[in-house]
Write a protein that binds this ligand. Structure first.
Ligand code: NAP
Length: 247
């Protein structure tokens, strides 16, 4: 991997203000890309963009589940940062509950943010990428979308949906040189996993062949590779970054 292999590229990272998305934004900026950081909390998105290495980055307030906000945000990004070459659909939420107790809103909110949100941004960037015959889309799914998890029927469904969408988009856009891949992280230390207690963390470690939780940087280095020129012949793939938990 060359030191600045993403020089001249514009990347949009949803949920880039915290956790895995923030680490991905840093890795892409480190590779030379200008990065648009998108999150519902616009102040946090702007602060995260301002802290990235290099210049030309910007933060935007947008709820990915709302197609109107998504289209308006893409317009604003293209006007101030530039046409988007790299899209990372990373924004995601959990609303865990046992199936029998799961409320309609808990199911719908998770599908709207995790699955429809990725669809909204993918649809929005497609025209430009197809026209330019160049583009790379990365969806952040989860190992839970591959193997399921008790208490996460909504989340697992949204993440499994992303796997199907990744492969369909890869097939549909390949002839225009637009690639689409996914990363399925295992357990990564972020706000999302911050609620786990010590006993749960120890139990988890026992299920991970490499013996530890991952860091956002572990996901970010795989993301930088998959969206960049060294992965030019890779599309439609789901890469687990999980310490060997799912194989
Ligand atoms: P996190 O720390 O909770 O951060 C989530 C990010 O997404 C924040 O920037 C948040 O900003 C943004 N976001 C949430 N809902 C949004 C919406 N509707 N519109 C726009 N932005 C939204 O989460 P994380 O742990 O880094 O997870 C990132 C991704 O990796 C998620 O898709 C998650 O499902 C996936 N993942 C995580 C793990 C893990 O162990 N942590 C494992 C597998 C997969 P605002 O709140 O300001 O909107």
């Amino acid at each position: 991997m060359s030191a600045r292999e993403l020089e001249g590229k514009v990347a949009l990272v949803t949920g880039g203000s915290r956790g895995i998305g923030r680490a991905i934004a840093e890795a892409l900026a480190d590779g030379g890309a200008k990065v648009a950081v998108v999150a519902r909390d616009g102040e946090r998105a702007k602060a995260a963009a301002a802290a990235l290495p290099g210049s030309g980055h910007a933060g935007f307030a947008c709820d990915v589940s709302d197609p109107k906000q998504v289209n308006a945000t893409l317009e604003a990004v293209e006007a101030s940062v530039g046409p988007v070459d790299i899209l990372v659909n990373n924004a995601g939420i959990t609303r865990d509950n046992l199936l029998m107790r799961m409320k309609d809103e808990e199911f719908d909110e998770v599908i709207a943010a995790n699955l429809k949100g990725a669809f909204n941004f993918t649809r929005a960037v497609t025209r430009g990428m197809m026209k330019r015959r160049d583009g790379s889309i990365l969806n952040i799914t989860s190992v839970v979308g591959l193997i399921g998890n008790a208490g996460q029927a909504n989340y697992a469904a949204s993440k499994a949906g992303l796997v199907g969408m990744t492969k369909s988009v890869a097939r549909e856009l390949a002839s225009r040189n637009v690639r689409c891949n996914a990363i399925a992280p295992g357990f990564i230390t972020t706000d999302m996993t911050g609620e786990l207690n010590e006993k749960q963390v120890e139990e988890l470690k026992g299920r991970i062949p490499l013996g530890d939780l991952g860091t956002p940087a572990d996901v970010a280095s795989a993301a930088r590779f998959l969206v960049g020129p060294d992965a030019r012949y890779i599309t439609g793939q789901v890469l687990a970054v999980d310490g060997g938990m799912v194989m």
